[in-house]
Each structure stands twice: as structure tokens, then as C-alpha cells.
Ligand binder design. Structure first.
Ligand SMILES: [Zn+2]
Length: 346
């Protein structure tokens, strides 16, 4: 049982490393013939070899010719998701006809899961914050962004708007599977079209100063069902890190003047749902399994069998027992050791 858990955890770690490696090299659209964003984003020489089904009909394993693999969401399943069909409009900034009352008082969404990732637009001190400014509502955050600097998609998703829209100038809006939308405005160039599927980190355009702007910067918004909230609830721009994987949203985040506040909130514990408890417990168990697997991997030692070696001599040398060596290598005390064989001794 323990071994199975470790094997699974090691596989997860290995997968994480491969996923990272392949992050730039691919995205759903290459395998499934969707529109390419930019040919330069594909790492040359990485080819798809095969696709395998998993237990989940929405998830496939893509194998690469270089021996690496990655889990991807099947776009045909994703495309059928109502998130990408309802209130879908390629021209209107806020296509949701729901009233703000439709948003629950408190709810949680997954920002990234094991298949989705995140890319920070720019690790920097924001130039202008969310909230009212000179009597005007500011629905996003302004990040210093020199003209021509590539702008990445922050999360995986589908481009809803890529257009020149009034004060926004060149605007790209991406909708994500969890219902969130991210806005990227004042771009000098747009490199995506409405309907494109993008992965976190894909370049969607270049920074600029188009529209109502007093100088090059990226105006970045996060919205849920059309309602903007301070992106700082989600992203710590100073460090470039995501604050949450499971993001708990309160209705008052959507108050137009509500900036992010660092808080220690006991309510969180009181109002946590069973589902959130279950998810958090799973996360914790996964982290612990990964830590155990990593510790075990770090402690591994090997011995290469030389002429004259015996199991008991090897056991003495590494301060372990014959039984333990047999267990680690799946051999018997009577197994003949061939010269050059690598034995795990720890
Ligand atoms: Zn702005």
C-alpha cells in the first residue's frame, strides 16, 4: 500500500517535471489542429507521437517523440463546456446579463488544478491600483510594461475578445474554465484571435499604450461573470506568485472600491464547506506523499557489484542489513550477484 502511494507520488513528481519542460512546447491546439497563436511558441523538435485515453473522458495523455508525456484536457470536451458557450460574445466587454445579485455571498473556485498552470504577467510594483482614481472607476491594476514586451496568458483558456475597444485600446479578453476572465489592455499588438485556445504563458500580444493611456503599461483586469475584482486578491505582483490554488471569493470583493487587504480571517474556518475541507485534506495528503517520496529519493544510495562482493559485506559497508537490501531490490539472499549490477542499498 505504502509502496503504491510512493510510486504514485513519484510518478506525479516526474510528471510535474515533464509538464514544466513541455509547457512552452505545446498546447491543446497543436495536437487537435486548432488555430496557432504564434509559430515561435513551439519548441522546435518536440513532436507528438501518440495520444492515450485515461479514466477521465475529458483528459488525455499526449506522448512525445522524445519520450516525455503530458496530460491535456480534450478540447472537444472543453469546447462543449457551457462556460465557453454561454454569454459568449466577441465584441462586448461584459456580455453577462446577470445582475450582481446572481453572485453568491461566498464561493470557491479552482484557479489552477493539476492540469492548469499559471504565468505572471510581470513581477513588479503596480503603478496604479484597483478602485476609484480621480473620481473614475478603475476596474483593474496597471503594471509598468515597456512597449513591445511580450504579454503572456495568465491561465489556460479561450480568447473571447481580441479587438480595439475604446479606452482599452487593443484589448484581449480570455475566459478560463473556472468562469474567470482576464483582461489585457493597451497592447501595441494582438497575436491571438477570438476563439483561440491558449495555455498559460502563451504570448497573446505586446505591451503598449493604445486607447486611453498616458504611457506604456499593461492594464490587467480579473472578472467573474462580468464583475471586476482587484487582481491582487489572486496574484501577488511583487513576487509574481499566485496567492491561491483554491480561491475563496466573497461578494464584497466586487465592491468597486474594494482593494485587496491582507487579512487573517477566522471566518474562513467557520464557513468552510465540507467540499473545501475534503479538497484541502486531499491537497495536504498529496503534499505529504510528495515530500516523503522526495525525501526517500534524496536518500537513495546505490552500490555497483564488484568481484568478490557478497550481500553481507555490502550490508556491512553501508550499515544496513541483507534483508533490507533484498527488499529494496526485490532479490533473495541466495540470488547470485553479477559483477557490474547496481544494487540499491538505501
Ligand atoms: Zn488601468
Amino acid at each position: 500500500m505504502r509502496k503504491t502511494l510512493l510510486t504514485a507520488a513519484l510518478a506525479a513528481l516526474t510528471f510535474a517535471a515533464f509538464a514544466q519542460e513541455n509547457r512552452e512546447a505545446d498546447s491543446l491546439r497543436y495536437r487537435y489542429g486548432r488555430q496557432q497563436v504564434s509559430a515561435t511558441q513551439r519548441k522546435p523538435g518536440t513532436k507528438y507521437a501518440d495520444t492515450l485515453d485515461t479514466g477521465n473522458p475529458g483528459v488525455k495523455v499526449v506522448l512525445y517523440s522524445n519520450g516525455t508525456y503530458r496530460y491535456v484536457k480534450d478540447p472537444s470536451v472543453m469546447a462543449a463546456d457551457s462556460v465557453f458557450t454561454e454569454f459568449w460574445d466577441t465584441k462586448t466587454v461584459n456580455p453577462y446579463r446577470e445582475t450582481p445579485d446572481a453572485i453568491p455571498d461566498r464561493f470557491s473556485i479552482w484557479v489552477v488544478d493539476s492540469l492548469d498552470s499559471y504565468a505572471c504577467p510581470n513581477q513588479t510594483t503596480p503603478r496604479s491600483q484597483f478602485g476609484y482614481r480621480h473620481g473614475r472607476r478603475h476596474q483593474g491594476i496597471d503594471l509598468p510594461y515597456p512597449t513591445g514586451t511580450p504579454v503572456p496568458a495568465v491561465f489556460d483558456g479561450k480568447v473571447r475578445i481580441s479587438d480595439y475597444i475604446g479606452g482599452y485600446g487593443n484589448l484581449v479578453v480570455i475566459r478560463h474554465a473556472n468562469g474567470l476572465e482576464t483582461f489585457y489592455a493597451h497592447l501595441s499588438r494582438r497575436d491571438v484571435n477570438s476563439g483561440d485556445w491558449v495555455s498559460a504563458g502563451d504570448i497573446i500580444g505586446l505591451g503598449g499604450s493604445t486607447g486611453r493611456s498616458t504611457g506604456p503599461h499593461l492594464h490587467f483586469e480579473t472578472r467573474y461573470k462580468g464583475a471586476a475584482f482587484d487582481p491582487a486578491w489572486l496574484i501577488d505582483f511583487e513576487t509574481g506568485t499566485l496567492r491561491h490554488r483554491l480561491f475563496k471569493i466573497r461578494d464584497w470583493y466586487f465592491n468597486p472600491n474594494q482593494r485587496y487587504v491582507q487579512k487573517v480571517d477566522d471566518e474562513d474556518e467557520i464557513f468552510r464547506t465540507d467540499e473545501e475541507d475534503r479538497i484541502l485534506a486531499e491537497e495536504q495528503a498529496k503534499k505529504e506523499a510528495e515530500a516523503r517520496a522526495a525525501a526517500e529519493a534524496a536518500a537513495m544510495r546505490y552500490h555497483t557489484v564488484r568481484s568478490g562482493d557478497t550481500l553481507s559485506a555490502i550490508a556491512r559497508k553501508y550499515h544496513t542489513s541483507v534483508r533490507e537490501i533484498c527488499r529494496l531490490n526485490g532479490i533473495k539472499e541466495t540470488t547470485i550477484l553479477s559483477i557490474g549490477r547496481r544494487l540499491r542499498v538505501r
